[in-house]
Design a protein around this ligand. Structure first.
Ligand code: TXA
Ligand code: MG
Length: 341
């Protein structure tokens, strides 16, 4: 199929384009849209056939449920059957923004969205173009990340074109994503407070609003403990074709390790490491700035395939703040291979 490229840089940039996107969605089409986290592949959340097209275009396993995106808190009761006090507090603190809450779903949510679970993941993005698209279409939008299943998530419109051109109805060509990793996912069902996926809203921020939040064991390990609670985390993810190995070490030890390696290798490193490394490098942010790491991670992972090396050694981020989200994604890209020096 031919994929339309529709340029919408800001809400007042291209009103006709916005209308066109809304019409495609209303007719059951699939559209790559920007959000502040990563680009999403959107369709009408109420239309099971439209949602099925998302799964088909991405090659996504049917047992991995999707996030529903809304732009107005008044639409939440249409999606979620139970809204606990904790959800209200988190929405007040972090919506619109990179936070997804898993709640009991209403009957209106088709089973295909929730992969047969009785829950639904819902979030309100802050990206103004995403919000305009939701408002203009008048629909809640189901949207996973707009990458081919297994590939690094898309943080630029070009990443979406690279993965999905010819497979979906349209791509909104907009700005690069400001957060760069997917939203934080927290489950609030059955009175529990469980972090299923770290993201732009940190564990520390969540706890400051609702008290103790348990971190699901799958966040930092390959255990499939969360098989039922967060199906998406069980798949090999975010992977370039090139093998990635994480190195946990300080800057000097990391650089020495890479320089001494006899492999045909490259480094995925912080800007501070770069001048100390005698092999090819791809920089992903600054060591002291986890936000910059999040913003640049997925583009860096995609670039590794252009280096023609056998292995890329990635300098581990810290596991606090947004660094926890960066580490969680990197761990999956590396198929859990970590060397601690
Ligand atoms: O930032 C984001 O969240 C992006 C943008 C486009 O909004 N979307 C995104 O969607 O990352 P996706 O499909 O790539 O990841 C959704 C995650 C998966 O790990 C999935 O298993 C989990 O959310 N999830 C969805 N519904 C769930 C549910 N009912 N229970 C538990 N986990 C759920
Ligand atoms: Mg994804």
């Amino acid at each position: 199929m031919e994929t339309k490229h529709i340029c919408i840089m800001s809400t007042d940039d291209n009103p006709m384009g916005l209308k066109e996107v809304a019409e495609i969605l209303q007719k059951g089409g699939t559209v790559g849209i920007p959000t502040e986290t990563v680009y999403g592949l959107a369709a009408n959340a109420y239309d099971p056939d439209a949602v099925a097209r998302i799964f088909a275009a991405k090659g996504r396993p049917q047992d991995n449920p999707l996030i529903v995106h809304i732009a107005d808190i008044n639409d939440l009761p249409k999606i979620a059957a139970e809204i606990p006090e904790t959800a209200k507090k988190l929405a007040a603190a972090f919506w619109p923004g990179p936070l997804t809450m898993v709640l009991k779903r209403t009957e209106r949510i088709p089973a295909i969205i929730s992969a047969g679970l009785d829950t639904v993941a819902v979030r309100m993005p802050s990206n103004e173009v995403a919000r305009a698209i939701i408002n203009c279409s008048g629909l809640p939008l189901a949207a996973p990340s707009a990458n081919l299943s297994g590939r690094p998530s898309p943080t630029t419109a070009k990443h979406v074109v690279d993965d999905l051109d010819g497979k979906i109805d349209a791509i909104v060509m907009s700005k690069d994503c400001s957060v760069g990793v997917e939203s934080t996912v927290i489950s609030l069902v059955d009175g529990k407070k469980r972090l299923l996926r770290p993201g732009g809203i940190t564990h520390e921020q969540l706890e400051s609003v609702i008290g103790k939040v348990e971190i699901d064991p799958s966040v930092l390990s390959s255990e499939l403990v969360a098989e039922v609670s967060s199906p998406g985390m069980k798949y090999k993810h975010y992977s370039p074709k090139t093998k990635i190995v994480i190195i946990e070490a300080d800057s000097q030890m990391f650089c020495d390790y890479v320089n001494r390696s006899v492999e045909n290798c490259a480094a995925m490193c912080f800007s501070e490491d770069k001048s100390k490394i005698s092999k090819p490098t791809i920089v992903y942010g600054n060591e002291a700035d986890d936000m910059s790491q999040a913003r640049e991670l997925f583009d860096a992972l995609r670039l590794t395939d252009s280096l023609n090396v056998d292995v890329v050694y990635a300098h581990s981020p810290k596991k606090t703040g947004v660094g926890l989200a960066v580490y969680n994604r990197m761990l999956r890209a590396a198929a859990f291979e970590v060397i601690c020096l």
